[in-house]
Design a protein around this ligand. Structure first.
Ligand SMILES: Cc1ncc(COP(=O)(O)O)c(C=O)c1O
Ligand SMILES: N[C@@H](CCOP(=O)(O)O)C(=O)O
Length: 461
């Protein structure tokens, strides 16, 4: 399997090279040249597999430059760190299935991909005898999951930019209490979009990227998306039987990586009815799906801070398919966005968008109300991001088709919002309780590319 860029400017490359390249060198995002197709019979055969076995079958369809035994070992080691034997279990409450993606070390869905990516980086670096300097942007969860995915790994430095004061206190502590010499947290006076812009600018400086061996942990890295495809299959296999096969997924969305993984699963043949794209007040993607209005506005702070994003980086991957793999049109769309602050779509394109996706924007009051009512009715505590998806599912998805809501984080990461919504304290897992009072390290700087660059160069060990 080889990988190409949405912008059409690179020769096809192998999987390991795609992992190391992160952002494509032409500024685009990498995608596989084709998608392995999964038949109905194959799906039935996969019902009895463990998460790890299923992950191996799905991931190996996209990887032909790692020996199967090594890939199996990478997968098994990645999921050995999870606290639940099923890795991503599914529970049912109030007529919806909840796909719990928060049983990893940092209690968010990012662990599913970043434990794997950390091991993959280590494997490739050892093979090539190389070093890697990771630079990533986070609105709260990718940062800690990435830090915990690579800490202690040889030949890796990691620099994570987060918007100062805009993550939850627990998210900030999960990052800043890791004071290892090779881990650097940078709090940027700005938004997540500012952080992501700086990271992309560093990757687009090809001389800098090469000189300092930059690596990507954000979902611009194809391996992130790939590892997330697995749980769509896993959940589908848990909630269907041979007669009942249709499933819709509700996905709380920010950077469009998670829902794009669902789109990939659908492209591979997984019978998905609707992908429901749920946003908070930062609803550019909802405006796009419902009204064809993809126009930028300012990022606002909400009760689901990890989704406080305007410019979703993976949207480019979807555009590539919406434009029938026409890279020139993708490039044109980004020129239009830069010049006019919006991308426009034809009615034929919007009909295709609406065939794949439904969307709803859930505001803060609705989010807190959903956490409260769901808790009163079922005893289950939703985190605010998950609540956005659950509310959208209850409002928009028909109950006669299985509705799976992705639970992207543990509620204890957002204790303040959850407490406000339920009038009760959230039970705190031991990993989080232990964070309080630990020494922290973090550098504050402006949303300024040169400042970040200087800091990066000075701190490479
Ligand atoms: C808890 C949580 N939910 C949902 C999202 C949105 O996911 P994505 O950025 O892949 O759309 C994020 C951030 O990525 C998150 O951290
Ligand atoms: N919500 C994310 C934002 C970054 O998304 P990514 O999937 O591209 O890493 C976060 O928690 O950092």
């Amino acid at each position: 399997m080889h990988y190409i860029s949405t912008r059409g400017g690179i020769q096809p490359i192998a999987f390991k090279d795609a992992v190391m390249m992160g952002l494509a060198t032409d500024g685009g995002l990498l995608l596989p040249e084709a998608y392995p197709q999964v038949s109905r019979q194959q799906l039935e055969e996969w019902r009895s597999l463990s998460y790890q076995e299923l992950a191996f079958h799905i991931i190996s369809g996209f990887v032909d430059d790692i020996p199967p035994a090594d890939l199996k070992d990478l997968i098994n080691r990645s999921y050995a760190t999870f606290s639940h034997p099923e890795i991503t279990p599914v529970v049912k409450h109030d007529g919806v299935y909840i796909l719990e993606l928060f049983h990893g070390v940092t209690l968010a869905f990012k662990d599913v991909a970043l434990q794997f990516l950390g091991n993959l980086f280590e494997y490739i670096l050892a093979e090539r005898n190389e070093q890697l300097n990771i630079i990533g942007a986070t609105s709260g969860d990718t940062g800690s999951a990435a830090i915990h995915g690579v800490r202690g790994k040889k030949g890796i430095n990691i620099f994570i930019l987060h918007p100062h004061g805009k993550t939850s206190p627990v998210q900030a502590l999960q990052m800043t209490t890791v004071t290892d010499a090779n881990v650097h947290n940078i709090a940027v006076s700005g938004t997540f979009d500012d952080c992501q812009d700086i990271v992309k600018a560093l990757f687009n400086d090809l001389e800098f990227k090469k000189k300092y061996s930059l690596g990507a942990v954000n979902s611009i890295n194809w391996a992130r998306v790939l590892a997330q495809v697995v749980y769509y299959f896993y959940a589908w296999l848990r909630v269907t039987d041979e007669d009942e096969r249709k499933v819709s997924f509700s996905v709380p969305t920010g950077n469009f990586g998670d829902i794009f993984a669902g789109y990939v699963a659908k492209k591979m043949g997984l019978p998905i009815d609707k992908l429901l794209l749920a946003t908070n007040e930062n609803n550019i993607l909802t405006r796009f799906v419902n009204d064809g209005d993809y126009s930028l506005s300012d990022v606002v702070s909400t009760a689901s801070p990890s989704m406080d994003i305007q410019l979703a980086s993976n949207f480019e991957r979807y555009l590539f398919y919406l434009y029938n793999q026409d890279s020139a049109r993708v490039r044109g769309a980004f020129t239009q966005l830069k010049e006019q602050g919006r991308i426009t779509f034809s009615s034929e394109e919007m009909a295709r968008v609406q065939a794949d996706f439904a969307s709803a924007s859930v505001d803060q009051a609705q989010t807190l109300e959903t956490i409260g009512s769901f808790n009163r009715e079922t005893g289950y505590i939703l985190d605010p991001h998950t609540a956005v998806g659950v509310r959208a599912a209850l409002d928009l998805l028909p109950a006669d088709i299985a509705r799976v809501c992705l639970a992207t984080a543990h509620p204890a990461k957002f204790g303040e919002a959850v407490e406000k919504a339920t009038s009760a304290a959230t039970p705190i897992p031991p990993g989080i309780a232990a964070l309080h009072g630990k020494p922290t390290r973090c550098d504050l700087m402006d949303a300024d590319l040169e400042q970040v660059k200087d800091f990066f160069i000075k701190h490479i060990v």
